[in-house]
Ligand binder design. Structure first.
Ligand code: FPP
Length: 272
């Protein structure tokens, strides 16, 4: 684990929490639904967009903390296919913040050995953003550390729909046989191909929904819901979520090895 003090000095409680987590209990992939920007702004009598602006610091801190925890991948849900329904000014501000982020924060990714990959219907974003994303991908493609995936104009249903279309197209062209499609094929053809499924999904602001995020990939992901609003989310909150994850017993629909219900025939059909 790298030096976390370089981002935000940790208090001794967080330091102790971190020291108690066995390295093999750390998640490989953390996904985050960043929520609560609007409420954060509202609580301060500010326009909603100020919440998004304040959320940039939380993005930076989450990215750097995850990189220093040496997780393999971090995926942030920045803009969904449904977010186009928001007021035009809010959408424009979010796109503006994204452009600014790509300009100002690229060096943070480069310096932290982070690889960058946007996921979603990127071709539908404005050209300047597509160019900025492309630049970030190119500048970080030789990096060997954490993969930072940012979901933009993304939704799980859109991703699956696009994949079904592609499969039908390939089948019609005679290059794909229906029998060749299995779960591994699907995983390997989603936009997240090559990335392990998220082990931990964090959602801020207390909402208990998946909101169309990584629907295929989160089949067995552990959920951590925190009341903290996104602009207030800090390194200590990443560590609290990771510590919560480290205490979970993951069964992937089976039973725990050596557990009392491990004997043949005893596992109930409804085991989850
Ligand atoms: C949800 O809060 C947040 C979003 C829809 C956008 C997240 C965007 C950022 C954190 C800033 C931009 C990020 C980058 C990487 C440039 P909400 O507005 O739904 O909050 P509310 O539920 O309180 O209204």
């Amino acid at each position: 684990m790298k030096d976390l003090d370089a981002i935000a000095p940790l208090g001794s409680p967080e330091r102790e929490v971190l020291a108690r987590i066995p390295p093999d209990r750390l998640p490989r992939h953390i996904a985050i639904i960043m929520d609560g920007n609007g409420r954060w702004a509202q609580q301060r009598g500010l326009p909603r967009v100020e919440g998004h602006r304040a959320g940039i610091r939380a993005v930076r801190e989450a990215v750097e903390t995850a990189a220093r925890l040496e997780v393999e991948a971090l995926t942030l849900y920045a803009f969904s296919t449904e977010n186009w329904k928001r007021p035009r000014w809010e959408v424009r501000t979010l796109m503006g913040l994204l452009k600014e982020y790509l300009k100002k924060e690229l060096h943070v990714l480069v310096e932290n050995n982070i690889r960058f990959r946007p996921i979603g219907r990127i071709g539908e974003l404005e050209e300047e953003i597509q160019r900025g994303l492309e630049r970030a991908v190119t500048a970080t493609q030789g990096n060997t550390g954490m993969l930072f995936q940012i979901a933009l104009n993304y939704s799980g249903r859109a991703e699956i729909t696009d994949l079904v279309r592609e499969a039908v197209r390939l089948a019609a062209a005679g290059t794909l046989d229906a029998g060749a499609i299995d779960e591994a094929w699907v995983s390997a053809h989603l936009t997240t191909a090559g990335t392990p499924d998220p082990d931990l999904l964090i959602r801020t602001s207390g909402e208990q929904r998946l909101s169309n995020f990584l629907l295929w990939q989160v089949a067995y992901t552990e959920l951590h819901i925190t009341p903290v609003l996104w602009p207030d989310f800090r390194a200590r909150d990443v560590i609290a979520a990771v510590a919560d994850f480290a205490r979970r017993e993951r069964r992937f629909g089976g039973v725990l090895e050596g557990g009392s219900e491990g004997a043949e025939g005893e596992a109930s059909e409804g085991e989850r």
